[in-house]
Design a protein around this ligand. Structure first.
Ligand code: ADP
Ligand code: ZN
Length: 722
């Protein structure tokens, strides 16, 4: 007996390739194998395997032999279907999707143990500055030599040197340690009537083990987590796996704590900060089915769960579920597809669901469960607008007197305040007051943002940063630079000037960049070690601080600028979420919204709390425009370092657009970020009727074209911005 296998190779923009399976090697669909490709050996997954009665029937003698099979469970059929579906729907190479599944090749290395390194506390006899830096930065962290070198920003050789002199030692870690088993009865809550009713439906859905998408639509503080935990408990009782997707790594820490309170141990957290041994261990436990509950950001979606019983997408409206690089996909939508292929329920939890999700409820494709009120004694906060034209802040300040007074009173009551402004850094624009020079990023169509905490000007798109100059590069004027407009750092300065005694914290991705940092922030908030938080959208999510009673929205008009069809929806979601942080405990919450247009529909909806009217109006606007979910968009972005190459290629793509009934192509026009990371970008926006298979049209259209290798063409199906 001999056989042939069709293998989807990783790291190659190729379709599946055929290989011979050598005698004695056992492979089947889903097996992870090592295959030769040219001079290289690459990982791949068997997509189809055929047994042949005799060697002759394998046919082509030039078929090369597979080299090895990885000692891990094969990828199941539902996951393979998901890979195919994602590749098809988002017009991405299947191998790129598969790469997300295998997560890191190191996950597959056979060993059951790995060697990591950590500091011993021994001070080396010869303490060079580099060694000192390394030991200081490593602290009590543990990892591979390469990982420690990266943390310490020194070469591997420095770390090895430290191992030699005994300052760092090797420790053997097992990657087959069993994970603790969550206990569904560890601490069962007493649910309110509304919560019980919703939980019962969800629990029954898990027990039934069938595909069933549900929108869990509950106001902020209604106890959505508590409710879907009951569904998780059922999956645990059934010994099936649960995946909980969270929008942001910063949210995992509070989640882990709540999970621990409820189930007596932590779930597996999957995020980019895992050391490679941790990653390997988690991947294997997920693949073997031993890891019963996994929580992670969108990358956790493609992992090889052996037997999924439930998928939860928490804060399902969050834009960070939309991946904008590599494979452009929307994790919320792919999660629903995964549930479909796995045959398990999917819960989308949100206090401010996307219009697309609401529409799925309207058409009956998703069920809906509502939690109309906050849990326990907590009431919804009062919301008041502050008209910045009638009640302007003092000159050179950004906080209106009424908000300042409320902050003062909150401080006096020893309660906490939160000021929300969705802008990192000190000021969004810096210019020279003498010559008007503005600092633009050399790689992007974007202003450099001043960060005073680090004394740098930084581009928020490509990460380019330089020290803030004292001298204007244009007119050589000294100390002539002025900051225009506020960022969170500037607001924090204003707060410190107003309330020098108060303890103020800035919360942005600059200050909270790891779960550990998030945990530290939560700890300080809970200990009352912070009086006033100034933060970006990072603080609008998930957090629950009972002593936080005042929320001030510094500039509610900010998100309305772009004027795209999503602007109002996004503003509504953000402000309602951040308002939802106020008064979650027994003390009542108050929200002040600073705006220049208190009469705007979105502001009125926020103030009156009439979400239904707002959604109805927005939905009508989408319907009129034929925008999603009533029509579809796909963006084709052409980019190149060479501007004319990008433009010419974009024009070529535009000229070759097929005439299709129900489809219209706009552009090419400069993309919303016309230059990004040194590449010039042009965008074509394809608008299509809902029923049209627009992917098929685009595949055909681009498939026939040839363009210079300097140009890159990417397609974003269902783009967030349209
Ligand atoms: P949401 O996610 O809807 O904003 P949470 O799940 O964070 O709400 O719940 C808000 C707070 O109320 C949390 O501190 C949670 O522990 C608490 N809570 C909700 N329901 C219950 C319950 N049935 N028993 C005890 N505490 C609850
Ligand atoms: Zn840039």
């Amino acid at each position: 007996m001999s056989s042939r296998a069709r293998v989807l190779i990783l790291n190659a923009a190729l379709g599946p390739l055929d290989y011979r399976v050598p005698a004695g090697m056992e492979v089947g669909p889903g097996s992870i194998v090592v295959a030769p490709l040219g001079p290289r050996q690459l990982l791949g997954v068997v997509w189809e395997a055929e047994r042949m009665p005799s060697d002759a029937e394998v046919g082509d003698n030039r078929l090369r032999n597979l080299l090895a099979v990885a000692d891990v469970p094969p990828l199941g059929a539902p996951l393979r279907r998901l890979v195919e579906w994602t590749a098809d729907y988002y017009l991405a190479p299947a191998a790129s999707v598969l790469r997300m599944t295998l997560a890191s090749t190191s996950a597959l290395e056979g060993a059951r143990t790995a060697v990591e390194y950590r500091s011993t506390g021994v001070v080396p006899p010869r303490l060079t500055p580099q060694r000192e830096q390394a030991l200081e930065r490593i602290g009590d962290r543990q990892g591979l030599i390469r990982e420690l070198a990266t943390i310490a920003e020194v070469s591997d050789a420095v770390i090895r040197g430290l191992v030699k002199v005994g300052a760092i030692e090797a420790v053997e870690v097992s990657i087959d340690n069993p994970y603790p088993l969550p206990d569904p009865q560890h601490h069962e809550p007493t649910l309110s009537e509304d919560q019980r009713a919703a939980a019962d439906v969800l629990v029954a859905g898990v027990a039934e083990h069938a595909f069933h998408p549900t929108l869990l639509d509950g106001v902020t503080g209604s106890g959505k987590t508590e409710v879907y935990f009951e569904a998780v408990a059922q999956a645990i009782r059934d010994r099936r796996q649960t995946l909980v997707l969270l929008p942001e790594i910063a949210l995992t820490e509070p989640f882990l704590k709540r999970f621990h309170d409820r189930f007596g141990c932590e779930p597996i957290a999957w995020h980019s900060g895992l050391r490679s041994t941790q990653r390997r261990r988690a991947w294997r436990a997920i693949a073997s089915g031993e890891a019963l509950v996994t929580v992670g950001a969108r990358s956790a979606l493609f992992l090889p769960y052996r037997d999924l019983g439930l998928i939860v997408v928490d804060e399902a409206h969050e834009t960070s579920f939309k991946q904008e690089e590599g494979v452009h996909y929307h994790a919320r939508d792919v999660a629903v597809m995964r549930g479909k292929f796995e045959g398990c329920p999917v819960i989308l939890a949100s206090a401010t669901p996307a219009i697309e999700t609401r529409q799925q409820v309207v058409t009956g494709r998703y069920a809906e469960l509502k939690l109309p009120g906050r849990f326990g004694a907590a009431e919804m906060p009062t919301i008041e607008p502050i008209d910045l034209i009638k009640e302007p802040p003092e000159r050179g300040r950004w906080l209106a007197p009424r908000l300042v007074k409320a902050m003062q009173e909150t401080l006096e009551r020893r309660e906490q305040s939160l000021l929300f402004l969705n802008r990192r850094g000190y000021a969004p624009l810096t210019l020279c007051r003498t010559c008007g020079h503005r600092f633009q990023c050399p790689n992007c169509t974007a202003w450099m943002v001043e960060h005073r905490l680090t004394r740098r000007l930084a581009c928020h798109h490509c990460g380019h940063a330089e020290p803030t100059p004292r001298v204007c590069p244009e007119c050589k004027g000294e100390d002539t630079l002025v900051a225009c407009g506020p960022g969170v750092e500037r607001i924090a300065d204003e707060v410190t000037a107003l309330f020098p005694e108060a303890k103020t914290a800035v919360v942005t991705s600059d200050t909270i960049w790891s779960p550990a940092k998030a945990a530290e922030f939560v700890g300080r908030m809970e200990a009352g070690d912070i009086d006033i938080v100034v933060g970006t959208q990072l603080v609008t999510k998930g957090y629950h601080f009972p002593n936080l009673t005042l929320v001030g929205v510094v500039d509610a008009d900010l998100g309305l600028d772009g004027g795209d069809l999503r602007a109002a929806e996004r503003t509504f979601q953000q402000i309602r979420q951040v308002s939802g942080r106020a008064g979650r405990g027994e003390k009542p919450g108050h929200v002040f919204i600073q705006t220049h247009s208190p009469g705007a529909q979105v502001m009125q909806a926020l103030i009156t709390g009439d979400a239904d009217a707002f959604y109805a109006a927005e939905t009508d606007a989408r319907k009129d425009a034929g925008a999603p979910p009533f029509g579809r968009y796909a963006a084709i972005v052409v980019s190149s370092e060479d501007q004319s190459c990008a433009h010419e290629t974009a024009k070529l793509v535009g000229r070759s657009a097929p005439e299709v009934d129900g489809m219209h192509v706009y552009g090419p026009a400069p993309a919303p970020l016309a230059m990004l990371r040194g590449r010039h970008r042009y965008r074509l926006l394809v608008h299509a009727r809902r029923a049209l298979d627009v992917q098929d049209v685009i595949r055909d259209w681009l498939g026939k074209l040839e363009w210079p290798s300097k140009a890159r063409v990417t397609v974003d199906v269902d783009p967030y911005n349209f």
